[in-house]
Design a binder for this molecule. Structure first.
Ligand SMILES: [Ca+2]
Ligand SMILES: [Ca+2]
Length: 242
């Protein structure tokens, strides 16, 4: 080995020692562990769904949550309520203020609908005579309206009146502009009447619906139909889920 070669070797060795030695002194944070974002969650996955997030991130002291519904949080372990059904991409970014380094992760949360709302009702057919065979009104058609009752027979909603309905007027269509929530804990009753303005409306027909049965099977139907052949009666409702 000649002198030049050994000097070069020593120089490289020294440089390496100096470089490694200095690097930690100049950037002490390089030796700190990197942030690692991670989380789990729990809660009932039906809207409105209050979900508790458990932060399992490591080596971080700041957190930003993006819940995927337009809301964010900087709480370490937030609880967030998803008001409506949907699939939400929840993203957690964690960072370490000392190193300025960050890490992120995300999970998709699927929130099932917890509420149904009535959008419209269409009465396609109903008996134009009472069970005893007489017409609802003398000389004119009935004044048709309907009520909804919850499973405990509490009144939920009364429709507007369609005056002097004749067969030509069918189907009758009601658009529901108020937010009529349909309970999911049993059968909902729809009651149709002829308003006589004497305090004694005449009962025409009724239908019932148990949304919970379909809802539990993972079916979120947006339309339901009833019909009855013995006393002609056909109706359809349209709903939306939230
Ligand atoms: Ca009448
Ligand atoms: Ca009438």
């Amino acid at each position: 080995m000649d002198n030049t070669h050994s000097l070069t070797c020593i120089a490289i060795l020294l440089f390496g020692i100096l470089f490694i030695g200095c690097s930690d002194e100049d950037n002490p944070t390089n030796s700190l562990p990197e942030p690692f974002a991670s989380f789990t969650y729990n809660g009932t996955m039906f809207s409105p769904a209050a979900i508790t997030f458990v932060n399992r991130s490591r080596n971080a002291d700041q957190y930003v949550w993006d819940f995927g519904d337009g809301r964010t949080s900087t709480t370490e372990n937030p609880t967030h309520t998803f008001a409506k059904m949907g699939v939400y991409q929840v993203k957690l970014t964690c960072s370490d203020t000392q190193t300025g380094k960050s890490s992120n992760t995300f999970q998709f949360l699927s929130i099932d609908p917890g509420k149904a709302f009535l959008d419209s009702l269409i009465l396609e057919d109903f008996p134009f005579v009472s069970a005893s065979g007489s017409s609802w009104d003398i000389g004119s058609g009935p004044e048709v309206y309907w009520d909804i009752e919850d499973p405990d027979y509490n009144h939920l909603y009364t429709s507007t009146i369609k005056y002097d309905v004749t067969r030509n007027a069918l189907p009758l269509r009601w658009i529901i502009t108020s937010h009529v929530s349909i309970p999911l804990n049993g059968e909902i009753g729809f009651w149709f009447y002829d308003e006589d303005f004497d305090g004694f409306p005449e009962y025409i027909a009724a239908g019932s619906l148990d949304l919970q049965a379909d809802y539990q099977n993972g079916i979120y139907a947006e339309s339901y139909h009833w019909s009855n052949d013995q006393r002609p009666f056909k109706m359809r409702i349209y709903l939306h889920w939230e």
